[in-house]
Design a protein around this ligand. Sequence first.
Ligand code: NDP
Length: 464
Amino acid sequence: MNRDSLYLGGRWVSANSGATIAVENPATEEIIAHVPAGNAEDVERAVTAATAAFDDWSRTPMAERGAILGKLHEALASRADEIARTVGLELGTPLKVAKAVQAGLPLAVLRGYADLAANPAAEETIGHSLIAREPVGVVGAITPWNYPLHQVVAKVAAALAAGCTVVLKPSELTPLVAYLLLDAADEAGLPDGVLNLVTGTGAEVGAAIAGHPGVDMVSFTGSTATGRAVSHAAADRIARVSLELGGKSANIILADADLTKAVKVGVGNAFLNSGQTCTAWTRMLVHRDLYDSAVSLAADAAAGYTTGDPFDAGTRMGPLVSAAQRERVQGFISRASARMVAGDSGVPRKGYFVAPTVFADVDPGSELAQEEIFGPVLSIIPFDDDEDAVRIANNSRYGLAGGVWGTPDRALAVARRLRTGAVDVNGASFNPVAPFGGYKQSGIGRELGVHGLAEFQQTKAIQR
Ligand code: NDP
């Protein structure tokens, strides 16, 4: 499955240096592919191609861009099985989840942006001013490994719909699925230079994109620490930055909640994708009256997670993405001083597996409750009343997502008080066209739907 080229200016080309990056299957520890290790000169070529393409693409009517995105969607949808398989191989997501989420979600998002662009909203007027929405320019998109196609498509589809051109750098850990998007773009006839791919490391390619004077906007998803570095690099030239960063979301189970459902859905949310999900509800906050039952339900639920080969139909949890990630997660587990009620059980010897782990009686100020672990580790914390629950939930430097369970009005009242960009009441499902993003150190800006489109637009007032 070797992928030996970059995609620049509408062509597959060799990278500047002959260096490559090995891509590993985290379930088997085998090297499954090599991709080019791009460098700053490759970024230069990509930005030049994106800049050259910008004038035509930005002036292409939005409805026409929508039609082209529709073709891109068609070409990508024909690769849905290959997308799921590829993410299963390079990330270790169990195949069933990979089909539904790793392939299904980006396809839904791309379809949504194709439709949105194909039917553009009427231009706004305020008094004698026409309010024009114009593309920001050349966008640098830097993406992580945990939802490797979704995070790419959330940026690329919105940016292209808005009329921007893009230089994309996927994570060095999971670059393969991005190639499927570029294959689809090539097949769909996306104009040359509108979407460019430079694989490589964050330190080399990511930093070159973030600091490039020709990049008008950097759209980044990943850790808060790297987001900060990207932000600093862009600040020198006052480039626009949008950041989707970490989370430590609370799942609040109020005294009048349907406990069994709340715990089952809550554990599933925390363990989705081996817990490598920025919105994961990693803190389960439970009213004291329900607390002991919740702990035993959560421990039982965790014990039901079969860990193993992502391609085995019985597997509910795959490995973590890398040896480094497993080490990081195991460090949090071994330092924890809370009561372990699930975990430490057998996992495959080969591959970067961590057993589904649940801690009870977690101190809300402890490392376990404050740090983004990014592994299958759930912390359970008791609370006394709704006020106490809100206080504990908001005691976080993050503010990405959350859940509240209880009678609808009471749960909604609590949801409104959480300092987070999203909250699901009583297990309401993810909405791929609702705005997605964080308060506090979880980020700046919003992705998805019309709010995600607006991130890639400038607003111009024309007085007539
Ligand atoms: P990073 O934030 O470092 O990686 C995200 C992206 O940024 C990757 O494409 C990476 O490149 C790139 N990058 C790295 N350094 C730079 C830089 N200096 N300038 C520009 N881009 C850069 O995440 P990690 O993979 O290191 O994961 C570490 C931790 O981050 C995880 O344990 C987790 O807690 C958190 N995380 C959170 C995510 C979220 O969605 N909230 C997603 C991923 C991680 P490359 O990987 O190719 O080197």
